[in-house]
Design a protein around this ligand. Structure first.
Ligand code: UD1
Length: 420
């Protein structure tokens, strides 16, 4: 099992190009199942989760070709299968996003209930309620969701009980081929929902309101092929900015779409960082100063993203002063706390969703273990800021979501080595 060795102490300095968004690429790959013609998707990040989704598409009969620039060409000419097996869905929750497209295109889908990161129970009840509102019969048999519809999905007016990114994407995809109009209320407003909507619109879907909490989708008979580029990864961008701040460095990100994480940039400014933005770039300069502690509380977009909570906590760990970190989206997303404390962090949990962090001047290397995707990077950040060499075990979690992490960190001057 691969491990990372990180020798702390170097200030991150330099330029980086942000990769394509994992959380956009995955639903867009799933959405390509809806297209009748060939689809080319560019700016797809080279990540383990993406490979899993491509494998799943292959298993569903999609012909997938990858070129050297990670442009993915998808053809559904022979796509007939509607069965997504447990082996592929269990490792990644986003696999469940094939359910909507399969159901819409073939009138039937048989998809294993999902797995993914161990951050809470993460049910898919809203996805299923929405499919049912569109006329699907839903059965749960032996860990599989069997959904079917006699002729075609029917447009519906459906209000989600809570804001769910995946639920919104799955239902939006299904509605593109439904008969009549679908209105999805209490929809997620995340940029990745907008990106999927734009992809579907490029294929001929009729969707209005993406980026607001009400989506109006007029079903069409078929979607065409087309070309689309995935948006930049705002979580990766935010993560490297936080890492630069924690190591008192400076960084400039290109292809960075700063408008998709303005709140995170504001929080970094609050931490004392000099943050500048242009149309497609962001720069952060700490001017060599210790960051200041900043309270954060996760919320649905445009609130502070849960996917950057762990990394920002690592920043607070080495900041001046005390801060509160509140996690409102997932019920079990503080697994990094124990590991950060092994490096010398001072963190107290107040109940399951609030952590009080008292910043320390120094962290010290220790062996730690990655527990989930984003939490893993909080350990990388702490290790970069610590004295000595930290060994991070189980980094397969990081490889699910961060492209070429050693290369990128090395490019910024960090001393990092992967060992097996
Ligand atoms: C997506 C992101 C993930 C991010 C999360 C929240 C992808 C591939 N993953 O995950 O990185 O952390 O959004 O921004 O895009 N819920 C229900 N019932 C449902 C669906 C969700 O109760 O049917 C709950 C979940 O358990 C969770 C909350 O709603 O507590 C938010 O989940 P959701 O927005 O659906 O997250 P994902 O789409 O799985």
């Amino acid at each position: 099992m691969d491990k990372l060795l990180i020798k702390g102490g170097a200030q991150l300095r330099g330029n980086l190009r942000v990769s394509g968004s994992k959380n956009s690429a995955l639903p867009i790959l799933a959405a390509s199942l809806l297209a009748d013609g060939p689809v080319t998707i560019g700016n797809v990040p080279h990540l383990h989760d993406v490979t899993t989704m491509i494998e799943l598409l292959g298993c569903l009969g999609v012909s997938v070709l990858l070129d050297e620039k990670m442009r993915v060409q998808v053809s559904n000419a022979d796509q007939r299968a509607v069965y997504a097996p447990y082996e592929l869905v269990k490792t990644m929750r986003a696999s469940f996003l094939v359910a909507g497209p399969l159901l819409a295109r073939h009138g039937v889908a048989e998809v294993s209930l999902p797995g993914g990161c161990a951050i809470g129970s993460r049910p898919v009840d809203q996805h299923l309620k929405g499919f049912a509102a569109m006329g699907a019969q839903i059965e749960l048999v032996d860990g599989y969701v069997k959904a079917s519809v006699p002729t075609r999905l029917q447009g519906a007016d459906f209000t989600m009980d809570l804001v769910t990114v995946g639920g919104t994407q799955n239902l939006m995809m299904a509605a593109t081929l439904a008969q009549g109009q679908t209105i999805l209320r209490n929809a997620a407003r995340e940029p990745e929902v907008v990106d999927v909507a734009n992809f579907l619109i490029a294929l001929g879907a009729k969707i209005e309101g993406a980026g607001t909490s009400t989506l109006v989708i007029d079903g069409v008979d078929a979607l065409n092929g087309g070309d689309y580029n995935v948006m930049p990864d705002r979580v990766e961008a935010g993560t490297y900015l936080i890492a630069a701040a924690a190591t008192r460095g400076r960084i400039k990100l290109q292809h960075a779409a700063p408008q998709t994480y303005t709140l995170v940039l504001d929080k970094l400014r609050e931490a004392g960082m000099d943050v500048q933005t242009g149309p497609d770039w962001v720069s952060l300069d700490s001017h060599g100063k210790q960051p200041k502690a900043v309270d954060i509380e996760t919320a649905e977009y445009p609130g502070f993203p849960t996917d950057m909570q762990a990394q920002f906590m690592a920043l607070n760990v080495v900041a001046q002063g005390a801060s509160r970190v509140v996690e409102n989206i997932f019920e079990n997303r503080f697994m990094h706390v124990q590991e950060l404390m092994r490096l010398g962090a001072q963190i107290e949990l107040e109940g399951p969703s609030t952590a009080v962090v008292t910043g320390v001047d120094e962290l010290h290397a220790a062996p730690v273990m990655a527990t989930d995707l984003r939490a893993s990077f909080s350990l990388v950040i702490a290790a970069l800021a610590a004295q000595g060499t930290t060994q991070i075990d189980r980094i397969y979690h990081i490889d699910r979501g961060y492209e070429t992490i050693e290369e990128k960190l090395t490019q910024l001057g960090a001393v990092v080595q992967r060992i097996s």
